[in-house]
Write a protein that binds this ligand. Structure first.
Ligand code: HEC
Ligand code: HEC
Length: 174
């Protein structure tokens, strides 16, 4: 999506000085100098508005669970299956959602959730996120067993280790 938008901007930018002969550069992972500042200018308002939406939705849910914030997530919420989220406080689960999952992927809550029905598993990305959590855990377990790293009690990855603000960590248009 960003890539296509970037292309449109680049075509507009190059169009002004007859730059059609530079079009081959679109296929390269390295953006041309002409497109870089424009892509950056587009990306930041998008991130800011996702954060606003996420903070608003988190607040709505916090209001709804008032009085139960510190109870275990699986008692307060309806459909908690990820082992490391069980037993975590409800407020902490919301922090993981907002500052962990959503921010790592650069999306808002509704990328994974049906806005009026957060427990629903209808959206494919929510189900994918559960599988990701299992992979995440597997990697952490393997890291702990490694023999040849410097000792460290808390070595662990997180969603951002791979995603770094994008849905597809392997996309080249970033
Ligand atoms: C990348 C996907 C993803 C994003 C983005 C995301 N969530 Fe979630 N959310 C999940 C998954 C997966 C679960 C189920 C966890 C489990 O099975 O233990 C979940 C569970 C929840 C639940 C518990 C619902 C219930 O009753 O079972 C709430 C509340 C929630 N998320 C809120 C949010 C909020 C608020 C945001 C945005 C700030 C958000 N989520 C962003 C994937 C996501
Ligand atoms: C080891 C690297 C890695 C880690 C860690 C990781 N992911 Fe992913 N994630 C990927 C890759 C690779 C894909 C597949 C991208 C593609 O091909 O579409 C992906 C895809 C996803 C998707 C599907 C997006 C879509 O719309 O298809 C979701 C949702 C997701 N990850 C959430 C998470 C969450 C939440 C975490 C942390 C619990 C996480 N990921 C941790 C590498 C990772």
């Amino acid at each position: 999506m960003k890539f296509i938008f970037g292309l449109v901007l680049m075509v507009l930018a190059l169009g002004g000085f007859g730059g059609w002969q530079h079009m081959g550069a679109q296929a390269l992972p390295q953006p041309s100098a002409a497109s870089t500042p424009k892509q950056a200018a587009v990306a930041s308002p998008q991130l800011a508005s996702n954060q606003e939406i996420n903070d608003r939705l988190e607040k709505q849910i916090l209001d709804r669970i008032a009085g139960h914030e510190n109870e275990p997530a699986e008692q307060v919420f309806k459909n908690i299956q990820i082992p490391c989220l069980k037993g975590t406080r409800a407020t902490r689960l919301l922090l993981v959602m907002n500052l962990g999952y959503a921010r790592a992927l650069g999306v808002n809550c509704t990328y994974c959730h049906v806005e009026q029905d957060f427990p629903s598993d209808d959206k494919r990305p929510k189900r994918a996120a559960r599988e990701m959590a299992a992979m995440h855990r597997m990697i952490d377990d393997r890291l702990k067993k490694m023999q040849n790293l410097e000792p460290s009690p808390n070595r662990a990855i997180n969603c951002s280790t791979c995603h770094r603000g994008a849905v597809d960590p392997m996309a080249t248009d970033r």
